[in-house]
Design a protein around this ligand. Structure first.
Ligand code: SF4
Ligand SMILES: [Zn+2]
Ligand SMILES: [Zn+2]
Length: 312
């Protein structure tokens, strides 16, 4: 197996691209894909500080690494979900990464914002853990960016994540979700920051290889709640299709973005207003996060008092 660029011995074969690369040319390929994503969707300019939401996993730390190397001003945001040892370890990885590269890392605690750590939120509200967690993350990312004056938040979602989300939305014909599925969501309200996903062109395997080759120390363990998530079942189904037909995941996502997404782009005329309780953007009177926090407050007091924050 020879590198497509230089003909030296290849370290990695990318079947979906029908190509193989040596280490330097693979890392160059990876960076080029990120550059292409930023450029194609005009995600941000070199003057804008990018808030990178980091979880301690390979994708978000690989993204942060690329953006630093590309010369973008960045700041990290770690959301401490209070998920037992997983949160403690992932926070340590983010802190070590930021310290080694002399980058600023902001830390927000979910329990401080919502009244309980994520595992207790599920018990208090009966809402699926990942659903409450996802809602809280989106809300807190936006709030942190607004508080600190940043106009764009970047997340480490990769091609596999995006294809799995699309698959789930199509399975249930969630047309609102389909209208929002994009590598870049513009700010449609002064209190809503731009959200971008510069790794959407790169597969999970490629980000894992990049993180390894760059010597990034990331948390390998998955969140304990990931095992039951339906997105994992969707990823497995797509992986089976990809093994049989390399490139199918790419075609599924890119075909949607290029050909089908415009047909679903109608959610744009939704009237956005400010939550009467917290002032963040919502479509109703009270935002979903405030409703969740209120549920936690009303139902979880005995639970949280007895168990405290397991992440500490
Ligand atoms: S797997 Fe679920 S609970 Fe765990 S971090 Fe992801 S969304 Fe949150
Ligand atoms: Zn090469
Ligand atoms: Zn609110």
């Amino acid at each position: 197996m020879r590198c497509r660029k230089c003909g030296e011995s290849a370290a990695l074969e990318l079947r979906r691209h029908n190509a193989a690369f040596c280490v330097p040319h693979f890392t160059e390929f990876f960076r080029k894909q990120v550059r292409e994503a930023i450029h194609h969707y005009r995600m941000f300019t070199p003057d804008e500080t990018v808030m990178v939401a980091v979880s301690g996993g390979k994708d978000s730390l690989a993204l942060w690494d690329v953006l630093i190397e590309e010369g973008y001003p960045t700041v990290g945001l770690y959301l401490d979900l209070g998920i037992f040892d997983y949160s403690r370890e992932s926070r340590e990885k983010c802190e070590a990464f930021a310290a080694a590269r002399r980058q600023r890392l902001l830390i927000e605690r979910v329990d401080a914002a919502i009244g309980a750590p994520i595992p207790e939120v599920q018990k208090a509200t009966r809402r699926p853990t990942c659903s409450a967690c996802g809602l809280s993350k989106r809300y807190l990312m936006n709030r942190a960016a607004l508080t600190h004056g940043f106009v764009v938040v970047a997340t480490g979602h990769n091609l596999d994540d995006e294809a799995a989300t699309l698959f789930g939305s199509v399975m249930h014909w969630q047309t609102d979700a389909l209208s929002r599925q994009s590598p870049a969501l513009a700010s449609t309200h002064p209190k809503l920051v731009r959200r971008v996903k510069p790794l959407y062109r790169l597969s999970e395997l490629e980000t894992a290889a990049f993180a390894f080759l760059r010597g990034i120390d990331y948390i390998v363990e998955e969140c304990p709640f990931a095992a039951g998530a339906t997105s994992l079942a969707h990823k497995e189904a797509l992986n089976r299709l990809e093994a049989a037909s390399p490139g199918v995941k790419h075609n599924f996502l890119f075909g949607f973005l290029e050909k089908a997404r415009p047909a679903f782009e109608r959610g744009q005329d939704v009237q956005l207003t400010e939550c009467a309780s917290c002032g963040q953007v919502t479509t109703g009177e009270i935002c979903a996060f405030c409703k969740l926090a209120d549920q936690v407050k009303r139902r979880s007091t005995p639970l949280t008092r007895s168990s405290g924050d397991p992440s500490q």
